[in-house]
Design a protein around this ligand. Sequence first.
Ligand code: DP6
Length: 358
Amino acid sequence: MIHHQFVPQKLSDKKIKGTTTWEAPSNIALVKYWGKKEPQIPMNTSLSFTLSQSRTITTLSYIPKKGEVADFEVWLDNELKEDFKPKIKKFLSRVDDYLPFLGDYDLKIETTNTFPHSSGIASSASGMAALSLCLMQMELELNPEMDDAFFRHKASFLARLGSGSACRSLDGGIVVWGEHPSIPGSSDLCGVGYPLEIDDVFNGYKDAILIVEEGQKQVSSTLGHSLMDNHPFAEQRFSQANANIDQLIPILEIGDLEAFVNLVESEALSLHAMMMTSDPNYLLMKPNTLAIINKIWEFRRLSGIMICFTLDAGANVHLLYPASYAKHVTSFIERELLKYCQNKKFIQDEVGIGPRQL
Ligand code: DP6
């Protein structure tokens, strides 16, 4: 299926040569994307905080192709990565209809992450977002009349074709992906900045990423999504997520943190419940994931401070809390949680402003 609004109508046929660098952040979903159909269309609406410290920086160099077929190289931290090529190749072929000039260029993609590769944090969201921005920069050179809004919109559209959650990394604050009747402008094709009221308590909201397990995930998200296809609870899960978006709107508007923590934790556990009840079933939480969750609950009960957790498709725990409690919560992390983290590692992140060109 071709989405014609993203196929360029006019492009200069001049041959260009150059380099562009973009930095894009990771994001953490509050309402989870889990389940999709072709071509990367989500089965429910998802909503995320854009992060600030966990970022990918990508430099794209392009020259008119030397051989018959266009070629590309992928580098991570100054090391040529042959094993990254199949994923990037698939992405480039998926975006081919939308960037028809690409077949005329040899590309060099150089990328680096601000978080350690082994930290267990997925770099696909920030990585695909940064690469899509670089590709859009090429298109901009061939069509200088393109406006900024379309540039970002299409970058998100392209990023989605690389990795679904990546399309939520093209804007700051809170981003929504997936058409929803209550969110004006929301789309299945790309992420959009959350357009409704947000209480100030969510400004600079903190996300301490507690690294329970370093290294690669045992089960890829792509496989996990596909297990939703014949999942006995799929329909209920998709309606639950969409209903949670409706519930979240007033919560974000008035800053109702008690309702917020309830909803966010329920989303995280529902995501993992889907994994535990798929065929084949699997479990990504580790004993230390559960130990941290219990400590978070205990801290909340004893202090009355509305911290909460969320999880992505792995064992690490994202501890979310208002910026005003930073001191208190940091000492709680150091005192009670670091002992459950691999090599006592955590990343102090927070809600950020989105990508930028370097
Ligand atoms: C659990 O975006 O990594 O993090 O589209 O197959 O690349 P693909 O999957 P991916 O899935 C992310 C799933 C999640 C929830 C979320 O971020 O919404």
